[in-house]
Ligand binder design. Structure first.
Ligand SMILES: Cc1cc2nc3c(=O)[nH]c(=O)nc-3n(C[C@H](O)[C@H](O)[C@H](O)COP(=O)(O)OP(=O)(O)OC[C@H]3O[C@@H](n4cnc5c(N)ncnc54)[C@H](O)[C@@H]3O)c2cc1C
Length: 551
């Protein structure tokens, strides 16, 4: 949405397509915590300090140009969002900013109570709605980006309501389709996070970078059932209130793995994930395969003082923290890798841009809390304005043949029907379990090789024979089939990259290579050539474009 606004601001005419209702799908609407930006209202700060923190978390693999852009433009975007109506929490007349792990300053803004992402999305939806040059079209799943001679020329979409294919001609295309955490059985994802954007960009000829780096959040919500709330919301609770992490036998356990948590959970994310998974492996997990997070020792008045209305929303979900510990465990939460772009957000395909979580590189091997929404806003703005500039100088002699070839290819895929095969949704579930078991938080070469072989077999045998019914209206098989096709392509790049990175670094943890290997202080770049995935290692992009002028 930010990309659309920025492009329209530069006089471009924009079509904004979404698989769900525009502005209601994906991660942003679900994100309830904070947005990091060095606005320096809580305490003195500078984008260069935020940049240094981001680079440190990225363990040497950040694309420093992208990280610098994120940190330098973050404050402008946060303040612009406020002008457009986002009510950041305020204190004594200034925007209130909190500390979060890995940040060396209090720089995380939020909207009370746990309402950050929904408020950001609402502001952008409103803004988009005010601009005549943005045409919003919901319920279109983009299934192919049309290219010719190394240039993006539009897209083919599947109308989810009637199953018809629709073509869009455009002088520039921006992929802003979010992350890939739905590839995992345990995830914090909401709708449409199957990683389709990565596959679309790869098929169109763009490169992907560092696909192996998936961030797993240690205490995602497992049980009791929680509806309409962010499954990773327990972090602010435990920071503020000091929850205890207990195994299935109600014992504290992190000290068995080198932690020092007694009476209060303070372990780092990697140690917490590791100890939880090891307790579960040892048969000491909670009923839903995680551990307990316990706030029963905190008086209700203290819970209410810290989280007010959220306590009531939990009660509506049947969760009374004064007498119920919740079950939590690691889950796939964010993806650091993604589409390889330059600082204008352009891929190597002319006219093909990317923005948001689908972009790889800004956060290297691990992401700081709060950097992802900033990334979506900053990269959205940059992608939209760059694309609008680019189309001013682009002449394309439109004719229907340009999209016709792509349309025919997709039509052939759509028209293949097979009854009696496995439904695509069942294959998606198998893929999710496979990814969780074999390419999850702690990986080995052996497990990854099994995953890769099965993914390739699914692409070769199961996908073409999957069962898709003939229904016209809202044919879920058809939607799931195209989603599965993209999920498999993205999963293949992720697992292949994880297999090649024989080291542990940041979020990529290999039990068979527990240490970082300095010779792998490189980015892994993926491309598709004649249907084959090729990968190569490149030196990370360093920031040297701006030293004097920025002191
Ligand atoms: C539960 C949760 C909590 C989080 N909390 C925080 C937080 O507190 N702070 C923070 O900084 N980050 C947080 N993150 C991460 C952050 O929210 C995301 O990285 C960011 O919002 C991504 O924005 P985006 O615009 O790139 O993608 P999204 O917001 O995911 O939007 C992508 C859009 O693309 C659409 N789409 C996908 N595929 C297609 C297709 N094929 N065709 C058409 N449309 C398609 C989707 O429907 C969706 O509308 C959280 C993430 C989750 C899941």
């Amino acid at each position: 949405m930010y990309a659309a606004i920025a492009a329209a601001r530069k006089d471009a005419s924009v079509i904004l397509l979404d698989k769900s209702l525009v502005g209601r799908g994906g991660a942003t609407v679900m994100a309830q915590m904070t947005v990091a930006a060095a606005i320096g209202q809580q305490e003195p700060d500078d984008w260069k300090i935020h940049f240094a923190d981001t680079i440190k978390a990225g363990r040497g693999l950040c694309d420093e140009e992208l990280s610098a852009l994120l940190c330098e433009d973050g404050p402008k975007r946060i303040l612009e969002m406020e002008q457009w109506g986002t009510r950041w929490a305020r204190e004594n007349g200034h925007i209130k900013q909190e500390m979060a792990p890995g940040h060396s300053r209090r720089r995380c803004c939020y909207v009370d109570f746990l309402n950050t992402g929904p408020a950001v999305a609402a502001t952008l939806r409103r803004k988009v709605g005010e601009i005549n040059d943005i045409r919003r079209i919901s319920n279109i799943a983009v299934i192919e980006i049309v290219t010719k001679d190394g240039r993006a020329l539009g897209a083919v979409g599947l109308n989810l309501l009637d199953g018809e294919l629709v073509t869009f001609q455009a002088k520039a295309v921006i992929v802003a389709a979010g992350g890939l955490t739905k590839l995992y059985a345990r995830n914090s994802a909401s709708a449409n996070m199957g990683g389709e954007g990565y596959a679309l960009a790869l098929w169109a000829g763009a490169e992907l970078v560092d696909m192996e780096f998936v961030q797993f959040f240690p205490i995602g919500h497992l049980a009791p059932r929680l509806v309409g709330m962010d499954p990773i919301m327990w972090d602010p609770f435990r920071y503020k209130l000091g929850g205890k992490l207990l195994n299935g036998q109600f014992e504290e356990f992190v000290d068995r793995y080198g932690g020092t948590d007694f009476g209060r959970y303070t372990a780092t994310r990697d140690l917490a994930s590791y100890s939880i998974l090891k307790e579960v492996e040892a048969g000491r997990g909670s009923p839903h395969g995680g551990v307990y997070l316990d706030f029963r020792h905190i008086p209700e008045v203290q819970l209410r003082a810290a989280f007010g209305p959220v306590i009531d929303r939990l009660l509506l979900n049947g969760i009374d923290l004064t007498n119920t510990p919740v079950e939590v465990g690691p889950m796939a939460h964010y993806h650091m890798g993604g589409v390889r772009v330059n600082a204008n957000m352009e891929t190597r395909i002319k006219g093909l841009f990317a923005a948001g979580e689908v972009v790889g590189g800004a956060n290297g091997a691990n992401r700081l809390s709060g950097n992802a929404i900033t990334e979506a806003l900053v990269f959205g703005e940059r992608a939209g304005s760059s694309a609008a500039e680019a189309v001013k100088h682009t002449q394309v002699d439109w004719n229907s043949e340009l999209t016709g070839v792509a349309l025919e290819r997709v039509r052939a895929l759509k028209n293949r029907r097979s009854n009696g095969g496995v439904p695509p949704v069942a294959l998606q579930a198998e893929l999710q379990n496979l990814m969780w078991e074999k390419a999850g938080p702690f990986r080995t070469g052996e497990k990854l090789a099994v995953a890769l072989a099965r993914i390739q077999q699914m692409q070769r045998d199961d996908l073409p024979n999957a069962s898709v019914t003939d229904e016209t209206w809202y044919n879920l098989d058809l939607q799931d089939w195209f989603e599965l096709r993209a999920m498999l392509a993205t999963a293949e790049t992720l697992v292949g990259s994880a297999l090649a990175r024989n080291e542990s670094r940041g979020a990529h943890q290999r039990e068979d290579f527990p240490d970082a290997n300095e010779s792998l202080l490189k980015n892994q770049v993926i491309e598709l050539r004649n249907g084959e995935i090729l990968s190569r290692w490149t030196a990370p992009v360093q920031l040297n474009r701006r030293d004097e002028s920025h002191g």
